[in-house]
Design a protein around this ligand. Structure first.
Ligand SMILES: [Zn+2]
Length: 281
């Protein structure tokens, strides 16, 4: 069974080393990484974690920095990491559509092998997923056959650093309605959006949207992934750790008692392969 962790984060070595500079200059980074206990790793760190947990590959996202220079440094590192660890790092590029000239950097990242963009935090960066920039990003992703990974958080429940700043479940649904055929992943159980898959028109609109389980243990109970599979279907649920926030091995151990057979195979890797690597379904 192929094991893919569908949501991890890496930073460039210089960003790990000089995190204090980023804490000072980037407000979203400060919210999530001012606490020295919030771990940062490079691509090598992600691959080492996959080795320890017996995973074949990981989708590696960056961070929604505000400044283009930080984004460029990060994209270069993740795309290099994908070349160095061929087949094991599925690279996502970071973009900030609120900046002038973002499209050039986004296209360059796609030319360099990025399989999509994420983890997207439109509200943190100050752009509207349904505004002109958001629409251009969706068009670009659809044209190039790549995937958008959105930070989608639950509108209820406890607070934590970085909870807000992503896309709301309502906005994610609207984007899906506006861009049929665009492959998207709503992180963190899509912030609860899958509940509405029980409405036929919503299910149809969300046909190309999948949901990852990033930070599962910090958010939802043991049976939640089983219920998510019931709502979304096994091909639309992606096992994810949010490493280095949580360990992929531990997430897999939590999943195995509640999901089995073909569903387990899909959720652990096949569904992620289809969402991020295969050009067409
Ligand atoms: Zn997230």
């Amino acid at each position: 069974m192929e094991l893919i962790d569908a949501h991890t984060h890496a930073f460039a070595p210089g960003q790990v080393e000089w995190r204090e500079r980023l804490v000072a200059s980037d407000a979203t980074f400060r919210e999530m990484y001012a606490d020295p206990k919030a771990r940062m790793v490079t691509c090598d760190g992600v691959v080492a974690a996959m080795d320890r947990s017996g995973f074949d590959a990981a989708v590696v996202a960056g961070f929604a920095f505000a400044a283009q220079r930080d984004i460029d440094e990060l994209n270069e590192h993740i795309l290099d990491g994908a070349r160095m660890h061929a087949g094991r790092v599925i690279p996502l590029a970071t973009v900030n559509p609120a900046l002038d000239g973002w499209e050039r950097a986004a296209e360059k990242a796609l030319d360099g092998g990025a399989r999509g963009f994420g983890e997207l935090r439109p509200s943190s960066q100050g752009w509207d997923p349904l505004g002109p920039e958001g629409r251009r990003l969706c068009e670009l992703a659809r044209e190039r056959g790549v995937t958008l990974l959105w930070h989608a958080s639950e509108p209820v429940g406890h607070a934590y650093p970085g909870k807000h700043g992503g896309i709301s479940p309502v906005e994610l649904c609207r984007v899906a309605e506006a861009f049929p055929g665009l492959r998207m992943v709503g992180a963190h159980f899509g912030g609860g959006l899958p509940f509405y898959l029980q409405m036929p028109e919503v299910k149809e609109a969300l046909a190309c949207v999948a949901y990852d389980t990033a930070a599962w243990s910090l958010l939802y109970d043991d049976g939640s992934v089983r219920r998510l599979i019931e709502l979304a279907g096994r091909d639309r649920v992606l096992l994810a750790s949010d490493f280095p926030l949580q360990s992929p091995g531990r997430q897999l151990k939590r999943l195995e008692p509640v999901v089995e057979g073909e569903a387990l195979e899909a959720v652990c890797g096949a569904a992620a392969r289809r969402m991020y690597l295969d050009a067409d379904e």
